[in-house]
Design a protein around this ligand. Sequence first.
Ligand code: HSE
Length: 448
Amino acid sequence: MGKSSENRLKIALAGLGTVGVGVLDLLRDNADLLARRCGRGIEVVAVSARSRNKPRGGHDLSALQWFDDPVAMAREADIDVLVELIGGEDGPARAAVEAALQRGVHVVTANKALLAHHGVALARLAEANGVALNFEAAVAGGIPIVKMMRESIAGNTVKRVYGILNGTCNYILTKMEEEGREFGDVLKEAQELGYAEADPTFDIGGWDAAHKLAILTALAFGCEIAMDDVYVEGIENVTLDDIRYARGLGYRIKLLAVAVDTGEGVEQRVHPTLVPVGSPIAEVNGVFNAVEVRGDFVDDVMLEGRGAGAHPTASSVVADIADIARGVRVPPLGLPVERLRPYERARMRAHHGGYYVAMNLWDKPGEVAAIAQAFADEGISIESIVQKGESITRSVPLREHEREQPTAPFILITHDTQEGAMRAALARIEAEGHCAGSPRMIRIERFR
Ligand code: HSE
């Protein structure tokens, strides 16, 4: 056996789906380049997948050691690194990662659900066993945001991080706006392109972005991971009408993930958000993700790139493997687990900002005045109003008895206000019966 062969980094790959095949592609296509950069070869020696017989991008895996059980592979295979691409917060993914760490095998994972729920315990296990736990691919696909947070801005106090963290949702919202297509139709396309999770409700319900945000929050503020504290709203109820009206008023709708250290605790939220057209975040389209971090010395840094898909995600997985091959070691959460500060939730979780409101107003005298009064009484200032002739029944579902009476779509944008005041005004408008169905609101962020 030659010296370079003895020196090679031996990898076990658990999970051979979209990303797994992407990793095999990269390790094959750029093998020489990686060996030159890392000073040693990187070789997949063992694999585990549910089916042995699926076509896997033309890769011949017959010479590799096969395991039906990824946990057995983590325990028994002669490897340096376990790459976990199975997914899921518990089950075989968690068991395999724990087994590898316990026996002193490095772990690279793309599993955001696992980290969001068990990241602190896994980081502790990695530290106790003196091995790496790297997870660049778990947050924002191909964007090197974990490395940036753990290493590049280590000298900064971070006060805020926000971004577009789900490629599937951003793809859907972009295609709905650009092509006037319906939600379900575009979701199917995103699944075919390999962007969506195995269960796409994780994407469209905002949970995938929430997992990623919970991880980013810990890296940003040096605190424990608090997935249960993320406020989550998905994009299921965003309609083509909302997208069109928002656009007409100078905004785009994005699924934003936001974490802020308020000084009195941390606020974490994921929800559809109107962002001004022309702002950098509004111009992040399709499968692209972006993350902006504000540090006290560096000021704002924004990274943008593909947030999903086989090759961009593989790029992040392999970067983590390359760090291990080179001997680069950083505590998984940016600082040793024992030095993480306990997570403290912000006392007030009220969003302060502008709001988009859509309702089906009864088309008769005095209704607009009543709406204006309800907002005025809550101290809310209206920035712009649109009243159109045609109904927005798709935005605001009507009750049976309401369908016969004339209504007009009424859209407005408010200046910055408190969420409590907005909720009170909308509750009053509904209770007083000024509109058919319930008024709807979407938050606006202007990020000053
Ligand atoms: N389903 C995820 C997305 C893949 O759409 O962003 C990357 O985590």
